[in-house]
Design a protein around this ligand. Structure first.
Ligand code: 13P
Length: 262
């Protein structure tokens, strides 16, 4: 069994409504009651955080409540933004930072992502820093340079003590929502590069403890091969997380892969 407990997150993105989100949360919690060996989290849209939190709490579920984004300031004149304090107030335990859709659709830059990441970790929450190259960057052979820059800049001025609450998600942009999953070998290669970089930045112990999860067109039938790679510690799931049975299947696959690792 690996020292690193697998983690599987369901990023609902801008999907669901109060009814379908509630049904999904109930389906996920019920489906995971008998599943152990994996940390699972759901990331509903902001307006449904409290609804989903109530469902998780009522059922005594260990599924964590996550938020898809945050603003780094505590409070103030930042129209439309949501602060860390608000997320904590709503029972959020883990926050996505730097998702590819925030980077490439909304236009967030590495320095801004670093402020958010620092804010999340300094406020005692867990963070998932998302990194990954575009198709053009991969075609040019620049995937390792790009992900290394995103990791280095994202983690600037963040001490090792805070990295204990960090997960890194490698999500190649060309694999997100496209049905083109990275091969297990490509995923392993990218994860190993990231772990080696964390080793250089923070030392061996931190690098060995850090969970690095894969995201991009994960489906239950193909996930086991990716999750069984040495440096892949679970997944961040978009489309398939909107179906409770598929998400539960992915959690089971991650738990099984974790148990089988030396
Ligand atoms: P898909 O699983 O829909 O490709 O999305 C992945 C993702 O972006 C998770 O954050």
């Amino acid at each position: 069994m690996s020292d690193r407990k697998p983690f599987v997150g369901g990023n609902w993105k801008m999907n669901t409504n109060r009814t379908t989100g509630s049904d999904l949360a109930r389906g996920v919690t019920d489906g995971l009651i008998t599943v152990d060996g994996v940390d699972a989290a759901v990331f509903p849209p902001f307006p449904y955080l409290l609804t989903v939190r109530a469902i998780l709490r009522d059922r005594g579920s260990s599924v964590r409540l996550g938020a898809q984004d945050v603003y780094h300031q505590g409070e103030g004149a930042f129209t439309g933004e949501v602060s860390m304090n608000m997320l904590k107030d709503c029972g959020t335990q883990v926050v996505l930072v730097g998702h590819s859709e925030r980077r490439h659709v909304i236009g967030e830059k590495d320095e801004f992502i670093n402020k958010k990441l620092r804010g999340v970790l300094e406020n005692g929450l867990e963070a998932i820093l998302c990194v990954g190259e575009t198709l053009d960057e991969r075609t040019a052979g620049h995937q390792d340079i790009v992900t290394a820059r995103q990791v280095r800049t994202g983690l600037a001025d963040i001490p090792a003590s805070l990295v204990e609450r960090l997960i890194i998600a490698y999500e190649p942009v060309w694999a997100i929502g496209t049905g083109k999953t990275a091969t297990p070998e490509d995923a392993q290669d990218a994860h190993a590069q990231i772990r080696a970089l964390i080793n250089r930045m923070y030392g061996k112990d931190t690098a060995q403890r850090l969970r690095i999860i894969y995201g991009g067109s994960l489906k239950p039938d193909i996930a086991a091969d990716i999750f069984s790679q040495k440096d892949v510690d679970g997944g961040l799931v978009g489309g398939a997380s909107l179906n409770a049975a598929d998400f539960v299947g992915l959690c089971k696959a991650a738990a099984g892969a974790g148990r089988a690792k030396p």
